[in-house]
Design a protein around this ligand. Structure first.
Ligand code: SF4
Length: 357
């Protein structure tokens, strides 16, 4: 899906470059004793909205861009991007006089820096309409450009009446996006440099996509139960409290109208995954997994796993190390219930997200 102002070169590049095609599925894991891939996501592309300048398009006020190679070259292998440049689409042109925000933090005005032109109403009107359009697109996430008076998600400077910048504002377009689509995983490109924030964002994008796939088409209680079962350990690693609440909701599914159930389940799931995972919570999940292996392992093997878990607890090794070891034994001993857990493969291993958390 492209925007009305998307340049021809963007479309051409995306068609030429397989990394920009948004290959929605990944299946680097297989069931033990089977070549059947674990059904993580469908082959539908994972649509992610993005500030256009991050794709390398020259849409900034000075005719420049803010190309993020991590986004286009790495994430672009799995996501199909929907670019939006609010300032270009609202009609400011390129090049243009830069704008800043001033006034109330929660309802700032967008003013051109030199001539004092006021874009507030036009930008708010445009943003409300554009976000309504985006809501129809099955987006699974959104990456915003940090610091922008239009796209910035947090710490955007807003000048007070004395002309002093207060750094706790939000861009006008970002404000509409976050208010209207509160469950959508949204992150700023700058924060993707932080390994934990990056991993959490990608986990949420893939989870949102799985939820969309689950609720697409005819509603099936059996499919919901199976989904909830596969997500168990991932949810436990983020928020055992939410997992419990979601379990109660699933158990009472017949009491809800389908639409109401979908909304409540999706909302709880995204809320849960928004809770940061910790070493302690991951250790609990790893111990739970180890419990399934206790009758299959020799004492020395078990000691090896416990030692690696201890190293992870002491932050000597990243999460990928105890997980890889456990996965190895789960596969050998054919513990199908755990091999199906999304926790073992919440995103493509090629992204190496668990090598740094
Ligand atoms: S930050 Fe947003 S408004 Fe500014 S150039 Fe990038 S996409 Fe356009």
């Amino acid at each position: 899906m492209s925007t009305s102002n998307e340049t021809k070169s963007t479309v051409r590049n995306r068609q030429r470059d397989p990394r920009r095609r948004g290959l929605g599925s990944f299946s680097s894991e297989t069931q033990p004793g089977s070549s059947k891939p674990v059904p993580v996501v469908s082959s539908r592309p994972i649509q992610v909205g993005i500030s256009t300048c991050l794709l390398g398009e020259k849409v900034r006020w000075d005719g420049g861009h803010k190309h993020s190679h991590y986004i286009t070259d790495i994430l672009g292998r799995y996501f199909s991007f929907t670019p939006v440049c609010p300032e270009l689409e609202v009609g400011m042109g390129i090049p243009r006089e830069p704008v800043h925000l001033e006034g109330e933090i929660t309802a700032p005005r967008m003013i051109t820096k030199k001539s004092g032109g006021d874009w507030t109403e036009r930008m708010n009107r445009y943003s409300a309409k554009r976000v309504r359009e985006l809501a129809q697109l099955d987006l699974c996430g959104y990456i915003l450009k940090k610091g922008s008076p239009s796209c910035g998600m947090e710490r955007v400077p807003v000048r007070n009446e004395k002309g002093m910048p207060m750094k706790n504002g939000r861009g006008l377009f970002a404000m509409h996006l976050l208010n209207e689509l509160p469950l959508l995983p949204v992150e700023e490109e700058g924060r993707l440099h932080d390994a934990r924030l990056r991993e959490n964002f990608i986990v949420r994008v893939f989870a949102y996509h799985r939820l969309q796939e689950l609720f697409r088409g005819r509603f099936s209680r059996g499919a919901v139960v199976a989904f909830h079962s596969r997500e168990k350990l991932l949810l436990m690693a983020h928020s055992p409290k939410h997992y419990k609440e979601m379990g109660q909701l699933v158990a009472a599914v017949k009491q809800y109208k389908t639409g109401e159930f979908k909304t409540r389940y999706t909302s709880l799931c995204m809320e849960a995954l928004g809770v940061k995972t910790t070493v302690k919570k991951n250790i609990n999940v790893l111990q739970h997994m180890l419990g399934y292996l206790k009758d299959h392992l020799a004492s020395a093997e078990k000691q090896d796993i416990l030692q690696v878990m201890e190293d992870y607890r002491n932050e000597l090794v990243p999460l990928i190390v105890p997980l890889t070891l456990l996965k190895h034994y789960l596969k050998i001993h054919g513990i199908d219930y755990l091999n199906d857990q999304i926790y073992l493969h919440p995103h493509p291993k090629e992204l190496m997200l668990r090598n740094h958390v």
